[in-house]
Design a protein around this ligand. Sequence first.
Ligand SMILES: [Zn+2]
Length: 148
Amino acid sequence: MGVHIPSPFCPACSTADESLDHLFLHCTTTNFVMAYLRAKWSKFPDLNRCRNIEELVVGGSDQTWSEEDKIKYVVMIRAFLWIIWCNRNAVRFQGKIKTAPILGSKVLLTSSLWLRTRSKLHREDICCFCFAVCFASSLLLLYILASR
Ligand SMILES: [Zn+2]
């Protein structure tokens, strides 16, 4: 008895054994999403410099960053982890595969929503960030409409 696991391989890339470090740091899909996010916000971490998930999570504690950037990082990295995890489950259990730009757009959209509803940042402080998020979410909406 127990849970049937059809494959020990990562459901997102099928090239390595599934583990948390692989999923969040080394997976090809994750790296494409990270590259997409770095293109939108250059302070997003370079996964090649993170040896484990803990380093990824605390990566935004750079003392040279403004308080606003630290908050953005904390929110974005959590949204990133959440979206990557949801994607893993969607592929594993529903066979739904999404591209890195779609996943990256979902991270930006989720981050924006969390920043607007949970942070004490003033709106002007995050307007540039929100512009990128709005642009990305518009692309996501166009993609969804075009794929119907
Ligand atoms: Zn993988």
